[in-house]
Design a binder for this molecule. Sequence first.
Ligand code: M6R
Length: 643
Amino acid sequence: MCGIVGYTGSRPAAPLLIEGLKRLEYRGYDSAGIAVEEGASIKAVCRTGKIAQLEQSVTPLHLTGACGIGHTRWATHGEPTEANAHPHLACDGSIAIVHNGIIENHGELRRILEERGHAFASETDSEVIVHLIEDAYSMLAFEASEEDDLTDAAGMRVPHTVAAEMSAGEPSLLAQAVGMACGFLIGSWALCVMAEFEPGKIVCARKESPLLVGCGADGVHVASDVTALAGHVEQACVLADGQIAELDAHAFNVFAQDGEMLTKVDADLMVLDARMDAADRGQYPDFMLKEIHEQPRVIRDTLEDRFDGTRLTIDELGLTHEELNLIERVYIIACGTSYHAALVAKNLIEGWARIPCEVEVASEFRYRNPIITPSTLVVAVSQSGETADTLAAIRDARIKGAKVFGITNVQGSPVARESDGVIYTRANKEVAVASTKSFTGQIVSLTLLALLLAQSKGRLNQGQIRLLFSELVDTAAQAEAILRDVQSVKEAALACKDARSAMFIGRGMGAAVAEEGALKLKEVSYLHAEAYPAGEMKHGPIALIEPGFPVIAVATESPTYEKVLSNIQEAKTRGAFVVAVATEGDERIGQHADRVILIPKVRDALSPITAIIPLQLLAREIALLRGCNIDQPRNLAKSVTVE
Ligand code: M6R
């Protein structure tokens, strides 16, 4: 949550910062701001709302400085006002910072800093950082000038930094001050700092929140993620926890805190994945629709090179056949949509591999002391690969001795780096805040994992795996067929758009699809929605049903189809307006549902891959009819990097 960018080089920084912030806007869009070095001072501009608002304010200012930092905010501490927008400035305006993360001890630090005479301009936790750096810098500069006894030609003492150019491998005083300030912080941070007295420099620091630095042809760039660096740099260094980087117009140095000293370390460079470049909406009106339509391609890409006709392989897993065979329990940890993909996988892992599988929301898993033994495999699923709760759960599981396997969409993301093995979902960059194609990539990857476990355990034979794999491949064409005819979805959306609430029901695989369908509707249309396993409806939620109340039923062909049909009738009897997602050729469903969305026949185990598509489209269509912002729903951010 929150996106930060920085640039120092030979080009005007402001347009580059705005462009970078636009690319990071999915990380938060409550307010935005930039700070640019203009002559000998720092000029900061902040606005509430989207980056477009900021851009309108910045354009007439003709900022020409070639060093600057920027921020797009998802508010945690302090309302989304201009005062709370980043960058935050030191009391005298000489230092500017942007921060992503949470400073847990900000209350205590603020009290101490106020006692020391610092004046705060915002309610944010982040502002303590700039005041701490201000104090640390004054102290270090004083000590340095005492030691060096620097004097000019007239015998006057001159500020240390005027004389102390960053020599190769030596951290500047600003970098040291940032290191010292970080020593007082508890929480998480990705920071960019610039100061009037260190012209052309940006100092960055990181703990738990992501930050990447890379050199381009005309300067050095820093950003919260690859998206903002794409096209500017080919390789980037993902800063590790506790590291500090110092950038000038030509290069950057990375330092690790070594007691009170900063010691230079080698920058670990990663080649950027071109597929994660800033995406283009193409002919589509919004990214969500584009990404829904990309799902057939995601299915094909995710399955490529996985099955040679005889054996299924996932080399990235990093586990031998013997190790896989020893697995006796699987935990899948995830949040949001990724959690719903995990619910699908539980059925497959238990059904095919006969291994007990528990699925848990990451934020609960880590506080619950789960039973983990050496034969437990923990699978962490995360599109962004940087969800704070999922990461915390991974760390916890590893401390408890589990092997952790990540399923993520982002190369080099913390989930990828902190897991023992990883499958990339090959969905490519997902821009819309509401996940769609990454859900499909996750289900397909988890299906492969379930098949692999079944193969290793000898629970499915070669012929069965071949058949299932080929049916999995076929879902791509079936998804294409669904996307070709969306008329029934549009009609259902028109009928439901004025509802205040909706219920999604299904059983087995359909229950997981119902959960995801309800989440999509809530996220993009702000219509209240609840998902229930269809059989649970009679235990309480049925009381909600009154004439016209929308019930969206996943009623595809499955062993529980008859039961779902009965549940639909129970709802219908009480006046519900029923929309059913059902299988082509189903001649009975039309007698019970008010609207029917037919999809091709798919084996029940694979049905979530196709059954979710109409529900994604339905949510988007209702949101459109209600005039909502499809790609950037209110209050949300794509990467949830706070716990
Ligand atoms: O990046 P992750 O998969 O870890 O994100 C988890 C959730 O924050 C995410 O799925 C969220 O629920 C989406 N907005 C759903 O559309």
